[in-house]
Design a protein around this ligand. Structure first.
Ligand code: G6P
Ligand code: ZN
Length: 542
C-alpha cells in the first residue's frame, strides 16, 4: 500500500561536493531523509520500471535509511532495486554495479571519510546512469525541489531482509540482494595482471592494508588475501563497523598513523596502503617512503601502460585544480591532454564518458580511471602493485626515478577546520579584493605572476563553474591556492594548497615542510589567516 505523507521543506538540503552530508541527528529528524530522497526522485525523469542501485559504507543509520529508500523507490515506481548484501557497497563498487546492470541510477549512503556513529556523520548521494555522481544541474534541481516539497510517497510494508542473497518483492518492485564484492573483484582481474602480482607476493613481497574498520574490508580480504595470496592478517581492521571502531576513516597521515608508523619502522613491509569509509580514497606508503596523492597520480599515469587494462596507453589525464602539477609533466611527456577541473569527482565524469581522459586524480587522496565513474581506493593500490610487480623496484626507487625524470612538485595542504562560516567567507572576499593588486607583488614566496578565481568551462557541454578557489601563481612555477571545503558538516574549513616546483637539476631530496616554508608564510600573510580565523596554525597538514 502506497502512502502519501504530507511534509514541509527543510532549508538545509543543498548537496555539497559529494551529496548531502549532515550529522546523524539531523538525518534522524522526522521526514528528513524521506524529504531528500523524494526530492531526488522528483528531479529525475523516466525511471518508471527501471533499476536503482542501493548500498552504503555500513555506517550508523545505513540499514535504516536503506529501508526508507527501498520503500520509497517501490512507491515511486522503480521496477527493480539492487542492494549490496548487508547494505554494503563501496562507492566504486556501486558505480560499477550501476554501469554493469544498466541501472537508471543509484543512491549511495555514506559520508565518505567522515566519522560515523550516533553523534557523527551520515550522507546520501545520487549517482546517474554512467555510475558517476549527479552533475550540478541535477543536484541544483534536487536542492530546488527540497525547498518546495509538500509530500513524499512511501510503501507501507515490512522491512526487507538485506542480509540474504536473492530476489523478493516489495510492492510492484523486485529487490535483489547481491554479493557486493564478486563483480567488482572480477573487474579488477580484467584490468590487472593478477598472476604477476601473485608471483611477487609468493616471492616474499610484503604488504599491509588498513581498511580502517570501513567498507573496503570485505573487498580487500577477497582481493589481496584470497585472490592474490597475501597471508591472512594482511588486511587490518577488515570488518566494517557502524562507528568505524571510533576511528576517523580518513586515510591520511593523521588518521592512518598506525600504518604510517609501521611503514617507517625498521622492519616495515614493502608496501602499505589504506582506504577511507566508503572505499574511494587511497593512501600509499612505500617502505620508508610516503607518496603524496598528487605524486601518486603522476606515477600511476606515467606507468599505467604496464598494466594490461591500460596497455594501449592513456587518452588523457585529468586532475582537480588544487592537485599539484606533477601529472601535467607526465601528460606533456606522453603527448596527451591534461585537464584541470574544479574539486569534486563529478567533474571528471564527462571527460571519461567522452573518452578524453583515462586517468584522473585529486590531492584529496582520490585516483581512478574510466573503469568506473568514481575514484577507487583498491584500484589505485592494485595499479601500484601491478607496476611494482613489473618494475621490480621499491616504491622509494620509483619515486626517485620519477623526480629525476620530471622534477619534483613539493606539495602540502594546510586545513583550518571548524571556523565560522562568516569568517571564512570574509577571508575569501578579502582575497578576492586583492586579485587585481597581487600580480607583480613580492613576498617571502617570491614574485606573484598572476592571481585569479578559478572558473572551469566543461569542454564537453560548455557548462561553466565559477568561484572554485583563489589561485596565486608565482614567477617560478610555485603556487598557492585558497578554497573552502565543500564536504564539511560543521562550520567552514579553509584549505590552503601550497606547491613549489624544482626541476630535474634542482634539490629533489628536501623535507617538504622546509621546501614550502617561505610559501606557507606568504599564504598566512596575504590571507591574514590568523586575523580572520584566530588560528595560529592549521589543524591538519596533509
Ligand atoms: C570528496 C570528493 C572529492 C573532493 C574531496 C575534498 O572526497 O569526492 O572529489 O576532492 O571530497 O573536497 P573538499 O570540498 O572537502 O575539499
Ligand atoms: Zn570517500
Amino acid at each position: 500500500m502506497i502512502k502519501t505523507v504530507a511534509t514541509t521543506p527543510f532549508t538545509d538540503q543543498k548537496p555539497g561536493t559529494s551529496g548531502l552530508r549532515k550529522k546523524v541527528r539531523i538525518f534522524q529528524q522526522p521526514h528528513y531523509a524521506e524529504n531528500f530522497v523524494q526530492s531526488v526522485f522528483d528531479s529525475l525523469e523516466g525511471f518508471e520500471g527501471q533499476t536503482l542501485v542501493v548500498g552504503g559504507d555500513g555506517r550508523y543509520l545505513n540499514r535504516e535509511v536503506i529501508q526508507i529508500v527501498l520503500k520509497m523507490a517501490a512507491a515511486n515506481g522503480f521496477g527493480r532495486a539492487l542492494v549490496g548484501q548487508g547494505g554494503i557497497l563501496s562507492t566504486p563498487a556501486a558505480s560499477h554495479l550501476i554501469r554493469a546492470s544498466g541501472a537508471f541510477g543509484g543512491l549511495i549512503l555514506s559520508a565518505s571519510h567522515n566519522p560515523g556513529g550516533p553523534d557523527e556523520d551520515f550522507g546520501i548521494k545520487y549517482n546517474v546512469s554512467n555510475g558517476g555522481p549527479a552533475p550540478e544541474k541535477v543536484t541544483d534541481a534536487i536542492h530546488a525541489r527540497s525547498l518546495s516539497i509538500e509530500s513524499y510517497h512511501i510503501l507501507d510494508a515490512q522491512d526487507v531482509d538485506v542480509d540474504t542473497l536473492g530476489a523478493s518483492r516489495l510492492g510492484d518492485m523486485t529487490v535483489e540482494i547481491v554479493d557486493p564484492v564478486a563483480g567488482y573483484a572480477d573487474l579488477m582481474e580484467q584490468l590487472f595482471d593478477f598472476s604477476a602480482m601473485r608471483a611477487m607476493i609468493a616471492g616474499g613481497f610484503t604488504l599491509s592494508f588498513d581498511s580502517m574498520s570501513a567498507v573496503t574490508g570485505p573487498y580487500a580480504v577477497e582481493i589481496f588475501e584470497k585472490r592474490l595470496g597475501a597471508p591472512a592478517g594482511t588486511v587490518r581492521n577488515a570488518t566494517p563497523l557502524p562507528d568505524f571502531g571510533h576511528h576517523h576513516p580518513d586515510p591520511n597521515l593523521v588518521h592512518a598513523k598506525t600504518l604510517y608508523d609501521q611503514m617507517m619502522a625498521a622492519d616495515a613491509p614493502d608496501f602499505g596502503a589504506a582506504s577511507d569509509g566508503d572505499g574511494d580514497r587511497n593512501l600509499i606508503i612505500g617502505r620508508h617512503c610516503y607518496v603524496t596523492p598528487s605524486d601518486s597520480l603522476a606515477v600511476l599515469a606515467a606507468n599505467a601502460h604496464l598494466a594490461p587494462g591500460y596497455a594501449k596507453g592513456l587518452k588523457g589525464i585529468a586532475r582537480s585544480m588544487p592537485t599539484s602539477g606533477a601529472a601535467d609533466r607526465v601528460a606533456k611527456k606522453l603527448g596527451v591532454p591534461l585537464f584541470e577541473t574544479p574539486t569534486g569527482w563529478k567533474f571528471f565524469g564527462n571527460l571519461l564518458d567522452a573518452g578524453m581522459a583515462t586517468i584522473c586524480g585529486e590531492e584529496s587522496a582520490g585516483t581512478g580511471s574510466d573503469h568506473v565513474r568514481e575514484k577507487d581506493g583498491v584500484w589505485a593500490v592494485l595499479l601500484w602493485l601491478n607496476i611494482l610487480a613489473v618494475r621490480r623496484q621499491s616504491v622509494a626507487q620509483i619515486m626517485a626515478e620519477h623526480w629525476a625524470t620530471y622534477g619534483r612538485n613539493y606539495y602540502a595542504r594546510h586545513d583550518y577546520e571548524a571556523i565560522s562560516k562568516d569568517r571564512a567567507d570574509a577571508l575569501m572576499l578579502a582575497l578576492q579584493d586583492q586579485l587585481t593588486t597581487l600580480p607583480g607583488s613580492i613576498n617571502s614566496g617570491g614574485t606573484i605572476r598572476s592571481a585569479d578565481d578559478f572558473a572551469y568551462t566543461d569542454p564537453t557541454d560548455q557548462s561553466v563553474s565559477r568561484n572554485q578557489g583563489i589561485r596565486l601563481l608565482f614567477e617560478d612555477g610555485s603556487r598557492i591556492v585558497f578554497r573552502l571545503s565543500g564536504t564539511g558538516t560543521e562550520g567552514a574549513t579553509l584549505r590552503v594548497y601550497i606547491e613549489r616546483y624544482v626541476d630535474q637539476t634542482g634539490k629533489l631530496g628536501l623535507e617538504t615542510a622546509d621546501a614550502l616554508q617561505p610559501l606557507v608564510r606568504a599564504a598566512q600573510e596575504i590571507a591574514d589567516i590568523q586575523g580572520f580565523t584566530g588560528m595560529e596554525r592549521p589543524s591538519v597538514i596533509t
